[in-house]
Design a binder for this molecule. Sequence first.
Ligand SMILES: C[S@@+](CC[C@H](N)C(=O)[O-])C[C@H]1O[C@@H](n2cnc3c(N)ncnc32)[C@H](O)[C@@H]1O
Length: 274
Amino acid sequence: MPKTSRSTFDPGGFSNLDAIGEASQYVSYLEHTAARLRDLSRARYDLLNLHPGDTVLDLGCGLGEDSRELVPYVTPRGKVVGIDSSAAMIAQARKRSRKFGRSIRFAVGDAHQLDLPDNSFAACWSERVLQHLADPPRAIAEMVRVVKRGGRVVLFEPDHSTLIIDAEDRATTRSIVLTLADSIQSSWIGRSLLGLLKTRGLRDVLIIPTPLVSYDLTNATKLLRLDATAKAAVQRGVISAKDARRWFADLKRRQNAGRFFGCLLCFTAVGTKA
Ligand SMILES: C[S@@+](CC[C@H](N)C(=O)[O-])C[C@H]1O[C@@H](n2cnc3c(N)ncnc32)[C@H](O)[C@@H]1O
């Protein structure tokens, strides 16, 4: 197994970050993944149908990367409100957004129960958050409640059981994929989005699948936390430490030969409040 400096990184840790106490590895993870996903995110902001003067909600904002990107869509006069359940993330988001002044506001809050008035936002953006929630349907109902009639809800979520990795040992590959999916609270959220949006007062629901392809083992390991996941699979007794070592050695050989291949399916979901 590759050595990792993030030995305490738990793939499901985003569900309750402040309980972990040590947020730095999650901050680095978000910096890395946000950079990897930036172009994809930028291509989707137009789906929010924002105009200057609007107020937009970034729910589960993390470091506030999308919040900052959304400022030019609503200024002058409008603002972005970033909400996250982690006080550590909100502190980071505030620190990184000082130059934006009053166009961004961040607050700690729970997506399941937003302390925000009905019909108060032009649109809501939420990226890679529902997967970490105990009750995604409730959070979607909250998003719909706080968005104005005719406003858009735009979500982006992976579905971790769709991870494919080309490897010699299929049994170990399956076990590692299952361990990854099982470590995340709502790992089937990607495939559930269509049904959830349609049954929660949204019309014109559109689902856009995006395969995130990786030809690089180091990058895939960072993005998908393969090292921590393999370690968890060993701890749970699903695979042996020897299986894990052999699996990574095989992947390394593939990488060196330029034939590493991994792919995770993610889904953008868009709906309009009826
Ligand atoms: C994978 S991060 C994504 C952050 C950001 N949206 C991005 O794309 O960079 C998931 C975020 O959801 C937050 N989160 C988890 N449970 C939450 C809840 N119940 N309410 C609000 N935010 C939550 C975490 O603290 C974390 O910042």
